[in-house]
Design a protein around this ligand. Structure first.
Ligand code: FES
Ligand code: FES
Length: 162
């Protein structure tokens, strides 16, 4: 057994778990945050992407004990004041989802991508960086459109604020 203490969506949480408990299991089963999905459990599909210390990671590929002491953001932590995050809003607006199973991972990957590339993000880069996120429904076109639209909006917002 190991004691794990994390900041999750701005709240400090701790709990005991088996040494072999994956971070995604801890998030879903101990914390009840089921927006983070498990599609493969073998680091291929990206449904389990969360942010650890600001960077997107596949939470099925890391043990909960390895994440102890870090700051985790899950899909539940993205919206603020009852408003969708701009990336969530863009997925809605541009029909970037159908069944929605891959969507939390896609959105978390996109938020990290946009924060790293800012206004320089282009379609080829979006497609390249989404290669670790698998969607069985959409054909990806609208997902890519949504990420580019969110990037344009978030970048424009930043420029306006400067
Ligand atoms: S469940 Fe983690 S990559 Fe598929
Ligand atoms: S929307 Fe169904 S798997 Fe992507």
């Amino acid at each position: 057994m190991a004691k794990v203490t994390l900041s999750v969506n701005g709240r400090t949480v701790s709990g005991d778990c088996d040494d072999r408990t994956l971070l995604v299991q801890f998030i879903r089963e101990k914390l009840g945050l089921t927006g983070t999905h498990v599609g493969c459990d073998t680091t291929q599909c990206g449904a389990c992407v969360v942010h650890m210390d600001g960077k997107s990671i596949k939470s099925c590929s890391i043990l909960a004990v390895q994440a102890s002491g870090s700051e985790i953001t899950t899909i539940e932590g993205l919206s603020a004041n009852g408003e969708l995050h701009p990336v969530q809003a863009a997925f809605k607006e541009h029909h970037g989802l159908q069944c929605g199973f891959c969507t939390p991972g896609m959105v978390m990957t996109a938020v990290d991508m946009i924060s790293r590339h800012g206004g320089a993000l282009d379609e080829a880069t979006v497609r390249h960086e989404l290669e670790g996120n698998i969607c069985r429904c959409t054909g990806y076109h609208n997902i890519v459109k949504a990420v580019l639209a969110a990037n344009a909006e978030m970048h424009a917002g930043r420029q306006a604020a400067e």
